[in-house]
Design a protein around this ligand. Sequence first.
Ligand SMILES: [Zn+2]
Length: 401
Amino acid sequence: MIPKICALGRWHSLKISAQLQPLPGIRLWSERLGATIVRFAMPRRPPARFFFLLLALSLLDTIPAAAQAQNNFTYGPLPVFELHSGFWINLHHTLYHEARQRTAAASPDKTSKTSGPALHTEPDAKPALTPAEQHQWDDAVAYYVSNYAAKDLLFSTELIQLKDQLGDFEDCDELSGRKRKFCDAGLPAKLTQVLEAAAPVYRAHLWPDHDRANRRWIMRVAPLVREQGVGLSERLADIYQTRWPREKIRVDVTGYANWTGAYTTADPLRVTISSLDARNQGTEALEVLFHEGSHGIAEPVQAAIIRECRQRDKAIPRDLWHALVFYTTGEVLRPVLGSSSAAAGDQDGPGPGGYTPYALREGLYQRGWNDYFKLLQKFWQPYLDGRASFDDAIARMVSSL
Ligand SMILES: [Zn+2]
């Protein structure tokens, strides 16, 4: 079985094996069984430790972000997903984002994509970097320019493994293991040095804002996941004629993700979502979560499309499968988000016209997928309505290509 790896708008394939094994109940840490396939000589993640629940969640908006900042915030209990705000994985994406920005600024081609929106902070909200801090930060960004900026967060195996490893070590305040041996993340020595040197600068100047934005995003989507998560996961799995992953899907919420605002990688199945990206806000966050999560279960659709194309000796449409996932998630969530009590209490929730799915709101169909959209409305919607079979719907779409 070959699940698809997704960013909103792109996908590719990787092999999947290990799954997550979360602990039940309220916890700020998760134990994962099964090995992450790694390129570096990476040790297993550090042993499980429990942290005191430091904050009343209702006080998130009133406690200064700096007072909350720590290495990791994992919210639970929730069904289906586990939502993290981790220090190292946020630092990594921020350095990657800045490296892409610097690369783009230096390039005559100004159309190259960066990894997300700029962080908007109040002028003079915090002191500027000291010359020493600026030097450390610039060195780290330069390292990312040289080693990672030309690589894609979604398609580079090296970057995928690095991201996963930094997520696994989110409870450590170092990556070298100098102070605590189990905090040796096994990264290349130079990268470890770069990240540890940039860490105090990031912690002092950007992490409080990123962590606060991440936690706010988590706390806004959590009631919807709690209320609707199980039903939506079962409905989507039924549609794709499979089962939703038994273990909760880890979601790393980060200030910056990739240029599409969210992406999903396999082996293990993990989602990264930007808390600052305008496309991921309000009740739309729930659709982004389930769109990304659907990449772990939608393989039967891709297989059926390929099978039908081969039977008809037709070229396999590269993005029909992905358009179908967008369409399906949007249509399944549309009635839920149009009537959810959680959504009704959200100031950013749906207006009187109800919920507009992501692909329509962001104009994805207008950017080359309009023919797919018509096919989905004509042949896939009847399947969603229970008026056609899965096989018939796929066969009719393919025969009409
Ligand atoms: Zn996708």
